[in-house]
Design a protein around this ligand. Structure first.
Ligand code: S3P
Length: 440
């Protein structure tokens, strides 16, 4: 969002990665804390909030709708909730930046308001599919217009007859679709139910309950009744397992490494990367498991281990959807072949992550064969080279991880968007032993 171009220079790590690392707060949970805190009655205190561009954009959107959100130091927010019907029309479009979560969840909430809104995003977000939320929202009675092809900007007007609950079988396994519809369902008459082909992260269901709402979950179906009020609570945001994943892979790859990742969120619908890396032979131990608010967390100790290629079980895909870029890097450095299937959703993330990672790893000499819904990656040694991250934060960070064990320097281009999910990545990674700096 800053518009400033940023490149990185990464070199093979000089020695093992060691020490304790606390990665920033969970992005999914931080977004939801701002949204639900804003709509609750009373004051919600949030700690561990991700100070990233995506979640700051969500907070700014609610401020623009009249919610007072005080920043009381890093990761601390005091959200003065206005109640479900207390938002005010913003003076202009709401800019959700790079964030699919921001746009899709807020679209559901805006569908239930008595005023019109326009939701806009950056170039990447303006290419991402919004039909997946527009169509079911229209079935609920919402008035939503988009650019041709179901693309942002979205214009959402008050529903003339109000919203009505639907029973929706989603064709995609998407927590953003599920959450969008459940949030619209708070404003709907009757019950809103969403059934997914595979269960996806349930942060919305957990947090709505923490705010006092009743959400029913049976199998792959989540349901709630409209008209429920949210009551303010305190939210402690765990460290983001998606950010921790870069360190899990880097420490697995760099000989002699031994890292402790503190207070990592281990929601069972998010921890697929830990399970996949263990199948590859990674040495990861879960220490001090506990709950933080409504979410399970633990410290993760990771030590260097030789990795082997695997067929990634398709059942793991929704539980590690954001971690595939770094898993691709691990696969390119493992012994043998890794096969990823059933992950076509990767093509509609901040970039086409199958194509982006295939190009990145090929630029370092790897053999990667793309398939429509995954890739076949043959492990081996990597050389130095030049990678275009395509402005995708996770492609940039996954490339920096691969570079720690490449045969020479790797320049990584277009890295400014790392600030959307992981502000301070370069400094934290360097402190743990990465050879990584901003290019001058
Ligand atoms: C998210 C859901 C996932 C994930 C994204 C965050 C969420 O997207 O990729 O980073 O917070 O609900 P989809 O629901 O589109 O798969």
């Amino acid at each position: 969002m800053s518009g400033v171009r940023l490149d990185w220079l990464a070199r093979p790590a000089a020695g093992p990665l060691r020490g304790r690392v606390r990665v920033p707060g969970d992005k999914s949970i931080s977004h939801r804390a701002m949204m639900f805190g804003s709509l609750a009655e009373g004051v919600t205190e949030v700690s561990g909030f991700l100070e990233g561009e995506d979640t700051l954009a969500t907070a700014a959107a609610f401020r623009a709708m009249g919610v007072r959100i005080d920043a009381e130091g890093p990761g601390r927010r005091i959200v003065h909730g206005v109640g479900l019907h207390g938002l005010r029309a913003p003076a202009g479009p709401l800019d959700l930046g790079n964030s699919g979560t921001g746009m899709r969840l807020i679209a559901g909430l805006m569908a239930g308001q008595a005023f019109a809104t326009e939701l806009v995003g950056d170039e990447s977000l303006s290419r991402r599919p919004m039909k997946r939320v527009i169509e079911p929202l229209r079935r609920m009675g919402a008035v939503v217009e988009s650019r041709e092809g179901g693309l942002a900007p979205l214009r959402i007007a008050p529903a003339p007859d109000g919203l009505v609950g639907i029973d929706y079988a989603s064709p995609v396994a998407s927590a953003q679709v599920k959450s969008c519809l459940l949030l619209a369902g708070l404003y709907a008459r009757g019950t809103t139910s969403v059934t997914e082909p595979h269960r996806t992260r349930d942060h919305t269901e957990r947090m709505l309950r923490a705010f006092g709402a009743e959400v029913r979950v049976a199998g792959n179906t989540a349901s709630l009744d409209g008209g429920q009020r949210l009551r303010a609570t305190a939210i402690e945001v765990p460290a983001d397992v998606s950010s921790a994943a870069f360190f899990l892979v880097a420490a697995s790859l760099v000989p002699g490494s031994d890292l402790l990742l503190e207070s990592v969120g281990l929601n069972p619908l998010r921890d697929g990367v830990v399970r996949a890396l263990r199948l590859m032979g990674a040495d990861i131990t879960v220490q001090n498991p506990r709950t933080l608010g409504d979410e399970p967390v633990a410290d993760l100790r990771v030590r260097h281990a030789a990795l082997q290629g695997i067929e990634v079980p398709e059942a793991l895909v929704p539980d590690m959807i954001d971690e595939f870029p770094v898993l691709f890097a691990a696969a390119a450095l493992a012994r043998g072949t890794t096969v990823v299937r059933g992950a076509a959703e990767l093509r509609v993330k901040e970039s086409d992550r199958i194509a982006a990672m295939a190009a990145a790893l090929r630029a370092l000499g790897a053999q990667v064969d793309e398939t429509p819904d995954g890739a076949v990656i043959t492990g081996g040694a990597l050389s130095g080279g030049r990678i275009d991250s395509l402005g995708d934060h996770r492609i940039a960070m996954a490339s920096a991880v691969a570079a720690q064990v490449a045969g020479g320097p790797v320049s990584i281009e277009d890295c400014a968007n790392v600030a959307t999910s992981f502000p301070g990545f370069v400094g934290l990674a360097a402190a743990a032993g990465f050879d990584l700096s901003e290019a001058r």
